[in-house]
Design a protein around this ligand. Structure first.
Ligand SMILES: Nc1ncnc2c1ncn2[C@@H]1O[C@H](COP(=O)(O)OP(=O)(O)O)[C@@H](O)[C@H]1O
Ligand SMILES: [Mg+2]
Length: 323
């Protein structure tokens, strides 16, 4: 293994646009900006861990290569640390106002989590954007573009990033595991793609956590790290409760709590994930989801985990008649 001990999400952040997976249409258009040595203001919108920041940085690199120096050619700011209007009025404005070095046509400001900015801060940003367009182009990164005020939206070209599909996540995870000389069993790979839910950052972080447990990663390790319980175990608990075997389902519940070290809320989320795929009547699913909602609420209000979880199973047993 290398001595580079950066978090893997940084270590394996693609440096070139061509290495960003999944967002093909977007990447092609960004590559065109690089060819043209010109770009409009941009909004990158989409879920976490899909390559927005990566693409923005790769584009700066594509445009400026070795000239890529923080503060003179580009600046990356997180708007949620700096969401106040003062930062926009001073720091951001100063950056945008100062002329770019003579060897580049314009500077680039990457503003992460721009949808967390207050409306007045966004208004101030809009004015800076307008006034210093010649000096500075902006890339605003957000989860939801509708939280960006319309006058900014209309000045930007919006790119919508989509969640990565499972195959893309698997490819990326396999590549990293290989580089780190880890082995992934086929079920471990499937589990990683499942628990990361289209978020590549999450997949890589889970992989790194798994690596501290073992060099050989299987489904069991992945679920443990992700705080999720394999479907068949949760289904077994539900099935025995629905069939009226309270004692047995309580024992199974205690086993998984011990084995996976999960909190009550976490257990409820795991059960919730499973109920819609169970082979039971719609009526029973509705009743189950009501019970889960109630338990979740009680736990959030400080109910004792053990008592609430036992009550939940007892209530499921009492649904017996609806079946
Ligand atoms: N489309 C992608 N292709 C390759 N790696 C990706 C992609 N999206 C995310 N990643 C990985 O996940 C990490 C986080 O990605 P990032 O671009 O910061 O996501 P966000 O969309 O939240 O800004 C990156 O370091 C990279 O390793
Ligand atoms: Mg980001």
């Amino acid at each position: 293994m290398s001595t580079d001990n950066r978090p893997w999400v940084e270590k394996y952040r693609p440096r070139l646009l061509g290495d960003v997976v999944n967002q093909k249409g977007i990447i092609r258009r960004l590559q065109q900006f690089i060819k043209d040595k010109s770009m409009p203001h941009l909004i990158f919108a989409g879920p976490a861990g899909t390559g927005k920041t990566t693409s923005a940085l790769a584009m700066v690199r594509g445009l400026y290569g070795r000239k890529m120096a923080i503060n003179t050619t580009f600046l990356e700011l997180n708007a949620s640390d700096a969401r106040g209007i003062n930062v926009i009025r001073t720091y951001v404005k100063d950056f945008a106002k100062a002329k770019p070095p003579s060897d580049i046509p314009f500077k680039i400001l990457i503003l992460d989590e721009a949808d967390n900015m207050t409306a007045p801060a966004q208004q101030a940003l809009r004015r800076t954007m307008e006034k210093y367009t010649k000096n500075c182009r902006m890339v605003l990164i957000c989860n939801y573009s509708n939280k960006i005020i319309p006058p900014i939206q209309s000045r930007c070209v919006v790119f919508r990033f989509s969640s990565l599909n499972k195959d893309d996540i698997k490819e990326r995870v396999k590549f990293i595991a290989n580089q780190e000389q880890m082995s992934l069993t086929p079920d471990g790979l499937v589990a990683l793609a499942d628990v990361s839910k289209g978020d590549c950052r999450r997949a890589i972080n889970y992989l790194q956590s798994c690596s501290t447990i073992s060099k050989k990663i299987d489904q069991d390790i992945v679920f443990r790290v992700a705080g999720e319980v394999p479907s068949d175990k949760i289904r077994e608990i539900l099935k025995t409760a629905i069939e009226g075997q309270l004692q047995f389902s309580l024992k199974l519940l205690n086993d998984i709590i011990g084995e996976y070290g999960l909190s009550g809320i976490n257990i409820i989320k795991n059960i919730h994930r499973e109920i819609y795929d169970l082979q039971i009547s719609e009526d029973l699913k509705i009743e189950l989801s009501k019970l889960l909602a109630e338990s979740e609420y009680r736990l959030s209000q400080g109910g004792t985990e053990e008592i609430q979880l036992q009550a939940l199973l007892a209530n499921i047993v009492m649904l017996h008649e609806i079946k």
